[in-house]
Design a protein around this ligand. Structure first.
Ligand SMILES: *Cc1c(COP(=O)(O)O)cnc(C)c1O
Length: 458
């Protein structure tokens, strides 16, 4: 018997109270935060959908393992556990622990990058792009055409455009390609999955031109769920086997364990090649820590070792993917324009379509983020021209391809009634959306401006 209701496959052992605020209070808090929810105090947030990164609830098994953490500086038992789990999963020989994903990115892309180098990806995540550009290299996003059509129902909208991949390699010269990065699932592209077929085709092109191929594997368990359910021939394989097959195609990976590692902090870099591992280990020791902890405590490494196994459990993955889809499908039925089909870790709303009267220069995504907070205490993030917009020589905004708002779902944190509440807040947003106004940026830093930019209402 298969039931319609997807229950949380866990029960609650410990609770953390939520702080309830009034709309009037929230208007004041948002103003003090310069209309940028990154600058809100979390105690003023009711439902925090800012990110699924580092916000997971850990299991009793993870907490138990943490008590057994070995805090030795070198050769920690906890490191050996984490290393063994990652080796088994990825099949890679050299594993480097890092405090989070971007540290792995800085080491790898800093080493392979630099002026004149080019990186190609289905979509570079913001920290990936920032690390590449900071090294002096260039980053090009080459998603498949269907990724550019938010409502188009296709099974693998996270795929890379293989033709564009080959064209870019020829155009810039294989010797100038710092690396090809396949992001699974494609976070900034809507949390959409990548097919095994595509991962194989990327490998074939990379092998042909002898360019390095890496997986940004933050959500590889979620991606494996989709491959199992949507790609012919993979329904007989386990989620872990699917992930292992995808890892085997690449030369290495970077991971933020704050996503599918089911932990609050951690990451790693893993590669097949010894000379690359040696070079990266040097950088690791200089900036992160010794090679057997890389900026992580022993207990954090214990939690990662357990989390990386729990994340492949079928009941967990089914609940994870289906409960995110539940929110998206309900909003879709209400008439909220969003990226369809629903991605694994988040629902991405098309704010440009929701607020057609707000021009992109006035950031419709940021306007929605502010509305969600004032009306319902929900924190979300703009993934559009605030995050990815650039300026031309005359200071005119070059907008991002889409103006999205991401509702990221923390793993194992919120229950169905929290989600029903979010749906109700959207009902409120739908009425009276014509009156909502855009924003302007009054202060911004050079890199990753969405974190600290200050806004004002227009
Ligand atoms: C989160 C993320 C990163 C960066 O990881 P951090 O742990 O936040 O530094 C890189 N790539 C993708 C796809 C991500 O989702």
């Amino acid at each position: 018997m298969s039931f319609k209701t997807i229950i949380e496959p866990f029960k609650i052992k410990e609770i953390e109270p939520l702080s309830v605020t009034t709309e009037e209070e929230r208007i004041g808090y948002l103003k003090s935060a310069h209309f940028n929810p990154f600058m809100l105090k979390s105690e003023h947030v009711l439902i925090d959908l800012l990110t699924d990164s580092g916000t997971s609830a850990m299991s009793s098994k993870q907490w138990a393992a943490m008590m057994d953490g070995d805090e030795a500086y070198a050769g920690s038992r906890s490191w050996l556990k984490m290393e063994a789990v990652i080796k088994d999963l990825t099949g890679y020989e050299y594993i480097l622990p890092t405090h989070q994903g971007r540290a792995a990115e800085r080491i790898l892309y800093g080493y392979l990058g630099g002026k004149g180098k080019v990186f190609l990806s289905n979509t570079h995540f913001d920290t990936t792009r920032a690390n590449i550009e900071f090294s002096g290299a260039e980053a090009f996003d080459i998603p498949v055409e269907e990724a550019k059509h938010p409502m188009l129902d296709r099974p693998f909208k996270g795929n890379m455009d293989i033709k564009a991949l080959e064209e870019h390699i020829i155009k810039y010269g294989a010797e100038n390609i710092g690396g090809v990065i396949l992001t699974v699932t494609n976070n900034s592209g809507g949390g959409q999955p990548v097919s095994m077929q595509n991962a194989i085709e990327v490998k074939n092109v990379c092998s042909k031109y002898k360019v390095k191929y890496f997986l940004d594997c933050c959500r590889i368990a979620e991606n494996s769920y989709y491959v199992n359910h949507r790609e012919k021939g993979y329904e007989v394989k386990t989620y872990k086997q699917i992930a292992q097959e995808m890892f085997s195609l690449a030369d290495g990976c970077v991971m933020s364990a704050k996503k599918d590692g089911l932990v609050n902090m951690g990451g790693f870099l893993a590669v097949k090649d010894k000379s690359l591992a040696d070079a990266c280990t040097n950088l690791l020791i200089i900036t992160e820590g010794f090679a057997t902890y890389g900026g992580l405590s022993g207990r954090s490494m214990e939690a990662i070792a357990v989390g990386l196994q729990e994340v492949f459990e079928p009941d967990y993955l089914k609940y994870r993917i289906r409960s995110t889809a539940y929110l998206g499908e309900k909003l879709y039925k209400m008439g909220v324009p969003l990226i369809y089909p629903i991605g694994g870790h988040a629902v991405y709303i098309d704010a440009k379509a929701f607020y057609p009267h707000i021009p992109v220069e006035e950031y419709p995504g940021q306007a929605m983020v502010c509305e969600l907070y004032t009306k319902g205490g929900i924190r979300s993030v703009e993934i559009g021209s605030v995050m990815f917009g650039k300026y031309d020589e005359d200071g005119k905004l070059i907008p991002a391809p889409n103006e999205l708002v991401r509702l990221a779902i923390p793993r194992r944190v919120y229950t169905q009634s929290h989600i029903e509440y979010v749906i109700e807040v959207f009902e409120l947003l739908l009425t009276g959306k014509e009156k909502v106004k855009g924003l302007k940026i009054v202060e911004e830093p050079e890199f990753l401006r969405h974190f600290t930019a200050k806004f004002d209402k227009i």
